[in-house]
Design a protein. Structure first.
Length: 292
């Protein structure tokens, strides 16, 4: 198991558990991006102080971007209870994540060949990646088990759909870092307002949850329509009340990093963290998928 034990509590890499120790320093020095998330078959525990630290980091990042921290703390509480390293495992969502992996491959420099019969069965053994042209591509995309979780990190973000908002060449587990995850969550919220026309926090929440669809008007023009759900809207508004903001208010999302590149975003997150992100794994060119 990746991690280290302090006073009987499993400490999550990248999130302080209690007091500093030599073992903590050693673990952080040897961490890779993959270590930010718990393994698929292990559930890490995080104590009260660790969760408070995650909440603090989410609020600090939202504030630094000019966004209302209350809304993003509320979303993280609902999605993960501030467990930054969580790898969400709801079976129905995993099925949807396989579809996302297939549909979003082009964002990461790949086409996916996946026969329809095996796709319906969720059988990934017949899946084959084919590089798109000679451009850059994510060398970690050939490990579908890292991408087809029902969500990663404090906001339960689907990596196939949302990692590209951070860096299309990054490892998916970077979404378990509180600063990175919050930057991406704010970007999703801004997209809900700027592209989907969300006018309130409850509509932003609908987009965040994937409740939108593309429709055509009578002239055949395409647009995105936010799908409201009375029961889920009521639940979110109760959550907003608990965190001290009105779900019908216009979202405050700021403009910082409005068109940030991967490099700018990394610099921004590094300043907030006070240290660099864990080192990435070397691109595994010898194991890269064979072109078709």
């Amino acid at each position: 198991m990746i991690g280290f034990i302090l006073a009987g509590i499993v400490a999550v890499p990248g999130v302080s558990a209690s007091a500093e120790s030599t073992s903590t320093t050693t673990a952080e020095q040897t961490m890779t991006t993959r270590d930010l998330c718990e393994p698929a078959d292990v559930r890490w525990k995080l104590g009260k102080q660790g969760r408070l630290e995650v909440k603090r980091r989410i609020a600090a990042t939202a504030n630094a971007m000019g966004a209302d921290p209350r809304a993003f703390k509320a979303l993280a509480k609902r999605e993960s209870d501030f467990r930054a390293s969580v790898r969400h495992k709801m079976q129905g969502d995993v099925t949807n994540a396989l579809t996302a992996y297939f549909q979003a491959a082009h964002l990461y420099g790949w086409d996916v060949f996946w026969p329809w019969k095996q796709r319906r069965q969720g059988d990934t053994t017949s899946m084959k990646l084919i590089p798109i042209g000679d451009g850059p591509r994510n060398e970690h995309y050939d490990e579908p088990e890292r991408w087809t979780t029902s969500g990663l990190g404090p906001f339960g973000l689907n990596p196939a759909y949302h990692l590209v908002k951070w860096d299309a060449l990054a490892e998916p587990e970077v979404l378990c870092d509180p600063e990175v995850a919050t930057i991406v969550a704010v970007r999703i919220a801004r997209r809900a307002v700027d592209r989907f026309g969300a006018k309130s926090w409850v509509e932003v929440n609908a987009v965040f949850a994937g409740r939108f669809k593309r429709v055509r008007d009578r002239q055949g023009r395409s647009r995105v329509e936010i799908v409201r759900n009375a029961k889920k809207d009521k639940s979110f508004c109760a959550l907003a009340d608990n965190w001290g903001f009105d779900c019908t208010d216009a979202p405050k999302l700021g403009t910082k990093l409005g068109s940030g590149t991967a490099e700018r975003q990394t610099d921004f997150a590094t300043r907030l963290r006070g240290e660099p992100l864990p080192r990435p794994e070397l691109a595994r060119l010898d194991n890269a998928p064979k072109s078709g």
